[in-house]
Write a protein of this length. Structure first.
Length: 1034
């Protein structure tokens, strides 16, 4: 969210005889016995070896001409002796500086770095290549080229070169005779015959820098910068400056504006007579004839007209009427940004501000941003200044750029912070009328999003006491309710920024502490905001923002403070009941970490890394055929951090049964399907200090979809045996995940019957865990799967049609399993990836289900996305199950938390925010917990062989209830013709057929999910025989 700016700066260093500049620099390497071009006069390639003459290698240049030669735009290049490619990288070094007439120029190269006797330091070099250009002693080619990039040594851009030893591209033949104490040297005149063997001899190294030629350096003119003046007003004398050469200097100039003149000693004076911009070149010539020049712009304007800021902003418009024109205005500095990337300050009309009734310029802002990094450092808040610059629009923000800033001798009246209620600024036009003004926000504000805080130090705020809401969570897509939420969100939303454009996740800024956030006090979605000082209302990055008057580099308490939304969420609210049912998306709980996956040969992974480059979390892992691999933590250290928060969260839930989503499907990685689930339960029990939890085992492999149709993540169920017991085995939906079927791109539902511990099977209720297809983009499976982006009021994300079919299949699956279990109490739980009022949820509502979260905790939301809250996670109950419900709570520990606190951002910033001992930011979805009054049918006393039983007595035997048909003793229940009848009752009160029970004409029973009525007296005759005593009931 930062921007780059291009500044035009013109600086030209030229020769006193301009016509010689081209041939001296750009000519190809050719014989030069007359001394008319720059040459390499000496090269030493053994520097830093043990026994060497000098510590560093070097190249010495010589200018045999009578004019200084600038090196800018040229490069020194090296190519290895047998190489045939163009040099690049560290073998190309950009030259700078100037070689004086008949002068030398010393370029220091790297050292071989011997530990002993590496040689003496060179004389002070004129240029140092650092680690670049490191020639070998055995051979190679060094050359100067009139090119900013690498060229071949035979290219026409080459000015001069030396090849030695085994070089494959010398001039003529290669120079020879290299040793530790000798260098290659030309004669004193720099003679160049295009034959390195003839032109270079070896001798004791004698490096010469620019100071070696009489103690002078090249003449350099100090750039005077852009100058501004006004017609009819004498300019302040401009004294030019030069360095180097042999003073004194004689000055001349071309292009001066009419009315100005330059003296020989370099002082420009006069009174301009005509407006315009002149390109001026000034030249300094020293006493020996060496010279240099500099060019700059001189702007002359008519007498200044000072415009009001309101006039520059314009009335009832978001674009300045003075766009791209130069203006002058005055005002009081209200905010300065010298660091952080904004590079400027805000200026407001003196005396402006206050309430709406005090606005002297309705419809037009009295403030403007002044952009220019240099100018920001020239002013302080409260200064009265005059600004001249060019008006431009940047991302909708009107600003004055490239400013000239002058402090006023007489201060303007101070600015009064605006006290306009945000609720009264309902349109962009109303906000535009106050763009850039200093205001003290009025009314309540609540944090609605903190995702960008980890990157850009900003929050989304909502005016009022509640966060912004997902439209389709409030009303069906396209409904009046959804449309009203869209309009309300737009009116209420504003961003609180940090006065900077820094990306704190970028390597350049990870050492800067994140603003606002501290380890001891998080800023959560739902936190209330108290403004402690005025802020700037501005439009930047296509958003309306509150900007602090300076960059925030700490917790920002001087600007604003936030209520602690965590304080009331240390544990869920009480929901009543004797059993508590919950859902918790644990966001890629994978004990098989990325590094383990790779080490075991399953595939490859890329990772997210911390600021030190350490792997933290998996970016993407893939196996053969681009098959999906593991997710979650990169290695065990990070997995332990992830698990610690999840374990704390689940143990604090107080739930009896928890549906888990995004658990590793361990069967995909060479383990049993429940391996990861078992590891989580072990961790939960270890933290609890005893065996509190158990997991629901997966069905047998032959009762599951083929492994190829299963995802790498799965749903799971865990429970507390002290609270509940299993009824029957678990069931996973099969036959719906083949190619083109709804669950081919999602996790299949998992169903399990439960009962209150100590209850009978007749008291059972069914829990179905779900994780439907996400809203992310992909290849559509059905018509209607693409995203509708025409309006947030209708947008249900991708794969809506698929989720509708998943809703239909899930509902039918739950009904079927419940019937086989003999119960009519059904709970659908999990991450449905559908907001409360979207089409897939409507399918369930039509089928009789109630969403308990929205019904009993309407202010709770399970997910935050793009600054909006809504619920993707649900606990739904059919009518029979709804009668059990005592309460519900959305436990707000995840969705409302800044991602900076999660394990996946460990050590991303110099401020370490992770805390493994609390449950906050354990995942990205909030858990939902529901209280249930689970039925408990009284259990009859156990059958005893010694006891006498009379007709009607009831006993418990092998988990069932039995009733005596006649007097009996020492006859165990079980014989279908004996004295005992097995009594089983369905949840709706209907008798369940058992072999030993006696039925008479008209009795109704349930058998294998169907109802039958007795046509005559019967015992031990199962329904289904068309000639038998039972008649099917439709």
């Amino acid at each position: 969210m930062s921007r780059a700016f291009v500044w035009r700066v013109t600086l030209v260093l030229s020769l006193s005889t301009a016509g010689l500049a081209g041939p001296l620099l750009a000519g190809p390497a050719s014989a030069n016995p007359a001394g008319t071009a720059l040459v390499i006069s000496e090269a030493y390639v053994n520097g830093g070896s043990s026994g060497a003459s000098y510590l560093n290698k070097f190249v010495e240049l010589y200018n045999p001409t009578s004019n200084a030669i600038p090196l800018g735009g040229n490069t020194l290049q090296y190519r290895a002796p047998t190489s045939t490619v163009v040099p690049s990288g560290s073998q190309v070094f950009a030259l700078s500086g100037t070689v004086a007439a008949h002068g030398h120029f010393l370029i220091q190269l790297p050292s071989n770095g011997a530990a002993t006797n590496p040689g003496e330091p060179l004389p002070t070099p004129d240029l140092n290549t650092g680690t670049s250009i490191n020639p070998g002693a055995g051979g190679g080619t060094l050359y100067i080229a009139a090119s900013a990039s690498g060229v071949l040594p035979t290219d026409s851009a080459v000015i001069d070169k030396i090849g030695w030893g085994t070089s494959n591209s010398p001039e003529g033949s290669a120079a020879t005779g290299n040793s530790l104490v000798l260098s290659y040297q030309r004669d004193a005149a720099g003679t160049d015959t295009d034959n390195n063997a003839a032109d270079f001899h070896t001798a004791t190294p004698a490096p010469q820098n620019a100071a070696s030629d009489g103690g002078t350096t090249p003449v350099t003119v100090t750039d005077p910068g852009t100058r501004n003046a006004t017609i009819g007003t004498a300019i302040a004398p401009l004294t030019l400056a030069a360095t180097g050469g042999t003073p004194p200097y004689t000055w001349t100039a071309t292009g001066l504006p009419a009315g100005l003149a330059i003296s020989e000693d370099g002082v420009v004076t006069g009174t301009p007579t005509a407006a315009g911009t002149s390109s001026v070149t000034v030249t300094a010539t020293d006493s020996k004839g060496a010279s240099a020049s500099a060019s700059f712009s001189f702007n002359v304007t008519s007498a200044t007209t000072v415009l009001s800021i309101a006039a520059i902003q314009g009335t009832n418009t978001d674009t300045s009427p003075y766009a791209n024109r130069e203006v002058t205005t005055e005002g009081v500095v209200t905010a300065t940004y010298t660091t952080g990337g904004f590079n400027g300050f805000f200026l407001e009309t003196g005396g402006a501000g206050g309430g709406e009734a005090d606005d002297a310029t309705p419809g037009a802002s009295d403030a403007i941003f002044v952009f220019g990094s240099a100018s920001a450092g020239q002013v302080s808040i409260g200064d009265s200044v005059r600004v001249t610059g060019t008006v431009q629009e940047y991302q909708g923000l009107t600003e004055i750029a490239f400013p000239a800033v002058t402090k006023l001798a007489n201060p303007l009246p101070p600015v009064v912070p605006g006290v306009i209620p945000w609720a009264s600024l309902t349109t962009d036009a109303q906000k535009e009328a106050h763009e850039g003004e200093l205001i003290l926000p009025q009314g309540d504000f609540t944090v609605s999003d903190n995702y960008d805080t980890n990157w850009y130090g900003s929050f989304t705020l909502a005016a009022g006491d509640t966060p912004l809401r997902q439209p389709t969570d409030a009303g069906p897509p396209g409904s009046a309710q959804a449309q009203a939420v869209v309009a309300e969100n737009a009116a209420r939303m504003v961003t609180l920024d940090d006065g900077a454009s820094w990306n704190y996740s970028g390597s350049a800024n990870t050492g800067q502490p994140l603003p606002w956030l501290t380890p001891g006090h998080a800023v959560s979605v739902g936190s209330k905001v108290t403004f402690n000082q005025p802020v700037i209302l501005e439009y930047r990055f296509s958003l309306w923002n509150f900007q602090p008057v300076r960059q925030v580099t700490d917790d920002g308490a001087a600007v604003a403070t936030f209520s602690d939304a965590r304080a009331g969420n240390q544990q869920p609210a009480a929901v009543g009941g004797n059993v508590r049912l919950a859902t918790f998306n644990v966001q890629n709980y994978f004990p098989t970490t990325g590094e383990t996956y790779v080490a075991n040969g399953f595939g490859t992974c890329t990772y997210f890394t911390d600021r030190a480059g350490n792997r933290i979390a998996v970016d993407r892992c893939t196996g053969p055929g681009n098959s999906p691999g593991v997710r979650g933590a990169a290695n065990d250290a990070n997995f332990q951090r992830q698990q610690a928060k999840i374990v704390t969260g689940i143990n604090r839930l107080g739930a009896s049964i928890v549906s888990l989503e995004e658990v590793e499907n361990s069967a995909k990685f060479g383990k049993t399907r429940d391996a990861a689930l078992a590891q989580l339960v072990d961790a939960l029990n270890a933290a609890a200090g005893s065996t509190v939890w158990a997991y629901v085992p997966s069905p047998a492999d032959d009762k599951l979809p083929p492994l190829s149709e299963q995802d790498v993540i799965r749903t799971a169920l865990i429970y507390k045996p002290a609270d509940v017991a299993l009824v029957g085995g678990s069931v996973v939906l099969t036959g719906h995940s083949g190619p083109g079927q709804p669950f081919s791109i999602a996790r299949q539902p998992l169903a399990q019957g439960f009962k209150k511990a100590g209850a009978t099977d007749a008291d059972a209720f069914l829990v179905v865990a779900n994780h439907w297809k996400s809203k992310g983009s992909g290849t559509p499976l059905y018509d209607g799967d693409t995203e509708n982006t025409s309006s947030p009021a209708v947008n249900q994300g991708w794969f809506n049609a698929t989720r509708v079919r998943q809703a239909q299949d899930t509902s039918a699956f739950a009904t079927q399993v419940a019937a086989s279990l003999g119960t009519n109490r059904i709970f659908l739980v999990g991450d449905f990836n559908a907001y409360t009022q979207e089409d897939p949820m409507q399918v369930l509502y039509t089928n009789g289900y109630t969403d308990l979260g929205s019904a009993l905790d309407p202010s709770g939301s399970t997910y935050a996305y793009n600054g909006l809250l809504g619920s993707l996670d649900h606990v739904l109950a059919n009518p029979a199950a709804r009668a059990m419900v005592t309460g519900a709570d959305v436990w707000q520990i995840n969705a409302q938390e800044a991602v900076a606190y999660s394990y996946s951002r460990y050590n991303y910033n110099v401020t370490l925010l992770f805390n493994g001992s609390d449950p906050f930011a354990a995942a990205d979805h909030n858990p939902v917990v529901v209280g249930l009054n689970a039925p408990v049918t009284p259990v009859a006393p156990a059958w005893s062989a010694s006891k006498v039983y009379n007709t009607g007595d009831k006993v418990s035997y092998q988990g069932s209830t039995w009733q005596a048909t006649w007097w009996t003793q020492n006859q165990a229940p079980g014989d279908p013709y004996g004295p005992w009848q097995q009594i089983v009752t369905a949840p709706d009160g209907t008798a369940v057929w058992t072999p030993s029970r006696i039925f008479t004409t008209g009795d109704t029973v349930v058998y294998q999910g169907k109802k039958y009525v007795a046509q005559w007296w019967t015992r031990n005759q199962a329904p289904g025989d068309q000639y038998g005593p039972w008649k099917s009931v439709a």
